[in-house]
Design a protein around this ligand. Structure first.
Ligand SMILES: [Zn+2]
Length: 104
């Protein structure tokens, strides 16, 4: 779920009068801080014990949201948006660039 989909959801909520829901979605980045987002990506459901989430926020929704963001990670070497990225010495590399680096 990308930013666009979230925005569409917000609009839908606003139109149907679900303003609390719209407000929550607008501030989802603050409601679910990056460290938690990382744990959602790792499928760590214990975040439920630490975060206060509205009942309509399902795990599938959170996963969708967190994973889409992960997919937007760009390779530091070739600048491609990549899924299979690796953190190598604190830089983000796609598998291809990592392979090239290993060959050097
Ligand atoms: Zn790359």
């Amino acid at each position: 779920m990308g930013k666009k989909e979230i925005e569409e959801m917000i609009l839908k909520c606003q139109r149907s009068g679900a303003l609390d829901k719209a407000r929550w979605l607008q501030t989802i980045d603050q409601k679910v801080p990056p460290s938690f987002k990382k744990r959602i990506q790792d499928n760590d459901k214990s975040i439920y014990r630490e975060l206060i989430l509205p009942t309509w926020v399902t795990w599938d929704f959170l996963r969708d949201w967190a994973l889409d963001d992960a997919e937007q990670v760009k390779c530091n070497a070739c600048g491609q948006v990549t899924e299979g990225f690796t953190n190598y010495k604190s830089i983000t590399l796609c598998t291809e660039c990592l392979e090239n680096l290993r060959k050097m």
